[in-house]
Design a binder for this molecule. Structure first.
Ligand code: FES
Ligand code: FES
Length: 205
C-alpha cells in the first residue's frame, strides 16, 4: 500500500489518538495539556456513544458519533460558537477551551475524551449579560483586531491566570505562544493579560 492510500485509510480517530494531541502536548506546546485518551473497545465503531460532560456548569448526557471532536460537539450540538475552528489541526489555538481547568485545543481531541470532565468555553466566562473582567481587559487594552482569534486567546489567558494570577510578561508570552493571531496583535494581547492580572481579575470573577 502506497503512502497516500495509507494516509487515506487512516481514520480521523486514529489520527487524533495516535499523533495529534501527542505532538501538541509534548513537543510543540508543553503548556497545552495533552488530552488523555481512554481505551475504547470498538475502535472503529461509528454508532452513537454516550457522552456525559459538564459544559459551563451544565451537565449534558447525549449520544454522539464517537468521531466527533470536542470543538464540533460544542459548536454543532450545543451551539457554543464562540469556540472557533480555524486551522482544525491543532496549530493555531483558536479552539482553546478549558478541560478540568487546563487549556486544550478542542479541535484536536474527541468529545468522548471529555467524558466525566468539566469544560469551560468563552461563553462560560459571562455572568448573564455581564462580561468577565478578563474580557473587559481585552476590550480596554485593544487586545484584538479582527477578533477571530480572541476567544481562544482569552481562554488561554484564563487558564494561565487561574494557575498563575500574577505572571511576568515572559510567562504570559510563553503561555500564550500556542495561540496564533494573524493580525499580529500580540503586544496588545500581552498588555491585556497583564492588565487583567493587575486588576486582580480572579477576585472579581
Ligand atoms: S482550530 Fe484548533 S488549534 Fe486551530
Ligand atoms: S485579532 Fe485578528 S487574528 Fe487575532
Amino acid at each position: 500500500m502506497g503512502e497516500e492510500s495509507q494516509k487515506k485509510g487512516l481514520s480521523r480517530r486514529k489520527f487524533i489518538q495516535g499523533v495529534g494531541t501527542g505532538v501538541i502536548g509534548s513537543a510543540v506546546l508543553p503548556h497545552v495539556i495533552k488530552a488523555q485518551h481512554e481505551t475504547r473497545a470498538a475502535d472503529e465503531d461509528t454508532t452513537g456513544q454516550l457522552l456525559d460532560v459538564k459544559v459551563n456548569g451544565k451537565r449534558y448526557r447525549v449520544e454522539i458519533d464517537p468521531q466527533t471532536t470536542l470543538a464540533e460537539f460544542l459548536r454543532d450540538e450545543l451551539n457554543l460558537t464562540g469556540t472557533k475552528i480555524i486551522c482544525n489541526q491543532g496549530e493555531c489555538g483558536g479552539c482553546t477551551v478549558l478541560l478540568n481547568d487546563k487549556a486544550v485545543y478542542s479541535c484536536h481531541m474527541l468529545a468522548l475524551d471529555a467524558n466525566g470532565k468539566e469544560v469551560v468555553t468563552i461563553e462560560g466566562l459571562m455572568n448573564g449579560e455581564v462580561i468577565h473582567p478578563l474580557q473587559k481587559a481585552f476590550l480596554e487594552k485593544d487586545g484584538y483586531q479582527c477578533g477571530f482569534c480572541t476567544p481562544g486567546q482569552i481562554m488561554a489567558a484564563y487558564a494561565l491566570l487561574k494557575e498563575n494570577p500574577h505572571p511576568t510578561k515572559e510567562e504570559v508570552m510563553f503561555n500564550m505562544s500556542g495561540n496564533i493571531c494573524r493580525c499580529g496583535a500580540y503586544p496588545k494581547i500581552v498588555d491585556s493579560v497583564l492588565y487583567a492580572a493587575e486588576q486582580q481579575w480572579s477576585k472579581k470573577s
